[in-house]
Write a protein that binds this ligand. Structure first.
Ligand code: GAL
Length: 672
């Protein structure tokens, strides 16, 4: 059954990466049996099959894939069919060594692993696109084909290349962006260190340089690489669109992954999918929750699919502990709670050879249905079959966090006041506070329409590009509440300082001027005194703030700026703008955000103890599904004072309160 584009998926997808070329065909039959038994309805096929599909530059072998696709159709398993371009075959490296990527020291990568291609390589694109056309023509009418999976995790290993082809393409990209060399010189500030260019062909890639390369050049190189990889994707996507215009086309993302501007990519992807591998011993997977929200936000709330996670253990950390019983199920429901309409794994059957033979799978090396892991897989698959009602329901958040890849790149370039100001760390601290208050969060770009949100947080918004200050001002003028933090409003889209007193473009909105800033060394702290609520510790950074209409909400307690503002509040139009000029301890952030949520009448959907995560999905009919996830190792009670609920997994009704087992999950629908 084909999946229609941009609309409801037929079911919650359940399955995994399937690599049948690693197994004799007798095993495929047993795969089908075990898939059916586990409730698997879709698998990703062919991701690393290029060499199996194309033994040489002019020879193809589709016979095995024909048999496999037929077998899948017979067993009611849909194919998320890959274009197979993620790992070029050995003959390509032999015939076209220039297709192998080059690192910043000028060394070429070798064939024999995977992702060994330069995204701008003409040979890679040519052979890849030829294969894609053949696959699309061959399987366009196949009953098993549900969706296209282009390549795999673009930039996972190779996010930059410094080869001659890239250098040439970079100049083309720059000329298109800036038009004239004078404009480029102005944007990059090349009057510094004698960097001025007179001819386009004087410009190279910011590879190995004696000291810091030009920041404008570095930033544009990151943009260029993201665009180059996107262009490689689009080369395949155009062929698939032409031949199968009604099938969804996607590639799998990696969550908050720095090399790709995923908001830009998402415009060309029909269904967002991503791969999540939280550290199993790190406690509640708050960062996974954050990335689910980020992925859901890539297409304005459209449900996403978790394309990969592991059942048990990965093979690529220093130490690879197992997920304990129940954890895989709990984290799978966390995906759905945050807007996922599918839960898939890497991979279906654990490899017998190769670099991933110790990576967990749905079917382990025992090869049968008797493992703990398979039993957990089967239980979850059977449960998800009953939950079609959730498909296409939405998470409706009233809080947004501004997220911007260009800001991330610029903030973390070399030669900054502190190397410890890291974008994700700053975002995570505020996300964590919202998570602990069990309030839903969307992620938005700085230029997005913010009018649907009561609260917008913009931590470390270092880069304020064209239109951003006006957008934030109009949001607050019309009644919105904005919070931003230190080192925001510093530079334009080319990493040039906004002159005129920090944070120049946001000064009016925030009612402050930051005259100086003082990055703290590791271990150093200051304090903040908050009227009516005591003193807290802070670290990392301290701003010297002059009030220009704002009030202080907290002041520093020590050092030469003791008594000067640390946190400010400014009434602006109908709304308010807050500024946090340091990094307060986590407890304070939680409390401060809690205060804002109370003022804005934003609250958790139910009463729940610490360690119980709550999230709500709402169907088009208005029906609400409240997810309660117990991340504790003890049972937890949640209050249900609102009425009588039905719990969708067990079918039982519940009122007054509900006990969740350790790692337990409930999906509650109000009955009366
Ligand atoms: C992903 C990748 C898969 C597999 C998995 C192992 O990054 O897409 O092919 O290698 O990691 O965790």
């Amino acid at each position: 059954m084909p999946v229609s584009k941009n609309v409801k998926l037929p079911h919650l997808f359940y399955g995994g990466d399937y690599n049948p070329e690693q197994w004799p065909e007798e095993v495929w039959k047993d795969d089908m049996r075990l898939m059916n038994k586990a409730g698997v309805n879709m698998v990703s096929v062919g991701i690393f099959s290029w060499a199996a599909l194309q033994p040489g530059p002019d020879t193809y072998d589709f016979a095995w894939l024909d048999r496999l696709m037929d077998l899948m159709a017979e067993h009611g398993i849909m194919a998320d069919l890959a274009t197979a371009t993620a790992s070029p075959p050995a003959w390509m490296a032999k015939l076209h060594p220039e297709s192998l990527p080059v690192d910043e020291n000028g060394a070429r990568y070798a064939q024999g692993s995977r992702q060994h291609y330069c995204p701008n390589s003409k040979a890679f694109r040519l052979y890849g696109q030829r294969l894609v056309r053949k696959l699309a023509e061959r399987y366009k009418e196949h009953p098993a084909l549900a969706m296209w999976h282009i390549n795999n995790e673009y930039a996972c290993h190779i996010s930059q290349c410094f080869c001659d082809e890239c250098s040439r393409e970079f100049r083309v990209w720059l000329e298109k962006r800036y038009g004239t060399i004078d404009e480029l010189n102005a944007r990059w500030g090349t009057n510094f260190w004698s960097q001025k260019y007179y001819e386009w062909d004087e410009i190279g890639l910011p590879g190995k340089t004696p000291t810091y390369a030009n920041p404008g050049q570095q930033l544009d190189y990151k943009r260029f690489m993201s665009d180059s990889l996107l262009d490689a994707y689009l080369g395949e996507q155009r062929i698939l669109k032409e031949i199968t215009p009604n099938l969804p086309i996607m590639t799998n993302f990696m969550g908050a992954f720095k090399p790709l501007d995923q908001f830009e990519w998402a415009k060309h992807i029909d269904v967002i999918t991503w791969d999540s591998y939280p550290e199993p011993t790190a406690g509640i997977p708050v960062f996974a929750a954050m990335q689910h929200d980020l992925m859901r936000s890539m297409k304005g709330g459209q449900p996403f699919i978790l394309m990969e996670q592991v059942t048990s253990q990965v093979n690529w950390r220093q130490h690879n502990p197992l997920k304990r019983p129940g954890v895989m199920r709990l984290w799978s429901y966390q995906t759905i709670a945050h807007g996922g309409d599918g839960v898939m794994f890497f991979q279906w059957r654990q490899s017998g050879a190769g670099a991933e033979k110790f990576h967990g799978a749905m079917v382990t090396h025992t090869g049968d249905e008797n493992s703990r892991i398979y039993r957990e897989v089967e239980q979850l698959g059977q449960e998800l079959k009953q939950l079609d009602a959730l498909v296409d329901s939405r998470v409706e958040a009233k809080v947004a966090i501004v997220f911007d890849w260009h800001n991330w790149w610029a903030l973390e370039l070399d030669s900054k006041p502190s190397r410890d100001v890291l974008y994700l760390e700053q975002i995570k601290q505020y996300y964590q506070a919202l998570f602990e208050h069990n309030v839903g969060v969307d992620f938005v770009q700085p230029n997005a329409d913010l009018s649907g949100y009561k609260l917008v947080l913009a931590p470390a918004l270092y880069m304020v590009g064209p239109g951003v200050a006006a957008n934030l001002e109009s949001y607050v003028t019309n009644g919105g509440t904005l919070l931003t933090t230190f080192f925001s409003g510093m530079v334009d889209e080319n990493d040039r300082i906004h002159l005129g007193g920090y944070p120049a473009p946001l000064r009016k909105l925030l009612g402050i001027c930051v005259e100086e800033f003082d990055p703290m060394i590791p271990g150093q702290t200051n304090g903040i005194a908050v009227s009516g609520s005591g003193e807290y510790s802070c670290s990392l950074w301290a701003d010297l703030i002059r009030l220009e209409g704002a009030n202080d909400r907290a002041t520093f307690t020590t050092d030469f700026f003791a008594g000067s503002p640390a946190i400010t509040e400014h009434s602006f139009g109908e709304g308010k703008a807050y500024y946090v000029g340091t990094q307060p301890e986590a407890g304070f952030i939680k409390q401060f955000i809690g205060g804002l949520l109370t003022d804005l009448e934003l609250q958790a959907p139910l009463m729940a103890p610490a360690g119980v995560e709550l999230s709500v999905r709402t169907a088009a009919s208005g029906e609400r599904y409240i997810f309660a996830l117990n991340h504790n190792s003890q049972a937890a009670n949640i209050g249900l004072s609102e009425g009588v609920f039905v719990e969708l997994i067990s079918g039982q009704s519940a009122s007054t309160s509900l006990e969740l087992a350790p790692n337990g999950v409930a999906i509650l629908q109000l009955q009366q």
